[in-house]
Write a protein that binds this ligand. Structure first.
Ligand SMILES: *[C@@H]1O[C@H](CO)[C@@H](O)[C@H](O)[C@H]1NC(C)=O
Ligand SMILES: *[C@@H]1O[C@H](CO)[C@@H](O)[C@H](O)[C@H]1NC(C)=O
Ligand SMILES: *[C@@H]1O[C@H](CO)[C@@H](O)[C@H](O)[C@H]1NC(C)=O
Ligand SMILES: *[C@@H]1O[C@H](CO)[C@@H](O)[C@H](O)[C@H]1NC(C)=O
Length: 280
């Protein structure tokens, strides 16, 4: 008997997984629109989420040496089984942990009801649309939203909207996008809170967001009566950014917004995707 190493076994498990999923789901339904009952919600991810559908069919790039903006850069292909059917798109998406909508983005020739998926054919299950890179050093909204990510200076400075690599360029509150959480998470213009996309205050803007959605430091912004997020003084103890770690359990109803360090500890899907966009 041949003994298989654990890593070989898990590789086998991975390889056989789609086969098992596919085999379990061929319940006799055809791929027609009406018989798709139960999967309709998943099929309509794009409509439900408003995630924009790529309006044109991008060029699919297998060789990623020099993709152009808008090219689809695929990082991993996976073959379908011999009995691929209209459930296969959902199954591949689930197996590889991507949104069904993103699967269709990665495979622009596949119809959104998955009816034209082919057996024994490779489909893209990991990749990204090549963004406009700030190759001239200018980034952000005034520059066609060119990204510093994947350039030699990976942080877009929100003051100059040029790419940089200094600590300040990459600091929360200054870094607009690139190798940082960016303006989506940390205000780069001093506006914050529910009025402004739920962004946190950080860096030079101070560490408290007041009820009107403005960032600042000190009691004028951090006092519980005026503070909506950040280093709020939820109890009466004198507060500074270093003293807040020990007062978590007594303020359970407000801890989600009173936690002093608004760090993004787990990577969001966006960050993961951005990470994948970095050229190697
Ligand atoms: C990828 O592109 C480079 C440069 O265009 C070329 O030299 C190389 O042969 C290509 N590789 C493949 C596998 O096509
Ligand atoms: C740049 O991105 C912003 C925010 O996502 C968007 O509102 C704006 O339309 C974009 N500008 C261009 C030129 O694509
Ligand atoms: C808030 O305090 C931090 C840390 O002391 C400082 O770096 C920043 O410049 C201050 N910002 C404002 C707006 O006062
Ligand atoms: C929040 O700060 C802004 C800017 O300083 C100020 O105009 C506004 O009145 C403040 N709001 C509250 C509720 O303190």
């Amino acid at each position: 008997m041949v003994l298989l190493s654990p890593s070989t076994l898990s590789l086998l498990a991975l390889l056989s997984q789609p086969l098992a999923v596919l085999a379990g789901d061929t319940s006799g339904d055809t791929c027609g629109e009406i018989t798709w009952a139960g999967h309709g919600a998943e099929r309509d991810v794009a409509a439900a989420t408003g995630v924009p559908v790529v309006p044109h069919i991008p060029r699919v790039v297998r060789n990623t040496t020099a993709p152009d903006p808008g090219d689809l850069v695929c990082r991993f292909w996976y073959p379908t089984d011999s009995d691929a059917n209209c459930y296969t798109c959902t199954e591949l998406s689930n197996t590889f942990g991507i949104d069904l909508d993103f699967f269709f983005t990665l495979n622009p020739t596949v119809l959104r009801d998955c009816s034209n998926i082919q057996p024994l054919t490779e489909y893209c299950v990991a990749g990204f649309i090549e963004p406009l890179r700030a190759t001239d050093g200018f980034c952000g909204p005034q520059h066609n939203n060119a990204t510093c990510f994947g350039t030699t200076k990976p942080c877009c400075n929100a003051v100059t909207f040029t790419c940089g690599d200094s600590d300040e360029d990459c600091a929360p509150g200054t870094c607009y996008e690139g190798k940082c959480p960016g303006d989506k998470y940390y205000s780069t213009d001093g506006t914050c809170g529910f009025q402004h996309g739920g962004r946190q205050c950080a860096g030079k803007w101070g560490n408290c967001c007041n009820m009107s959605g403005a960032c600042g430091n000190g009691t004028a912004f951090c006092a519980s009566a005026v503070c909506q997020s950040g280093n709020c003084e939820w109890n009466n103890s004198p507060t500074n950014s270093a003293s807040t770690t020990s007062r978590s359990s007594t303020t359970s109803t407000t801890t989600t917004s009173s936690s002093s360090a608004p760090t993004v500890t787990t990577a969001t899907p966006g960050q993961v995707r951005e990470a994948e966009e970095e050229r190697v």
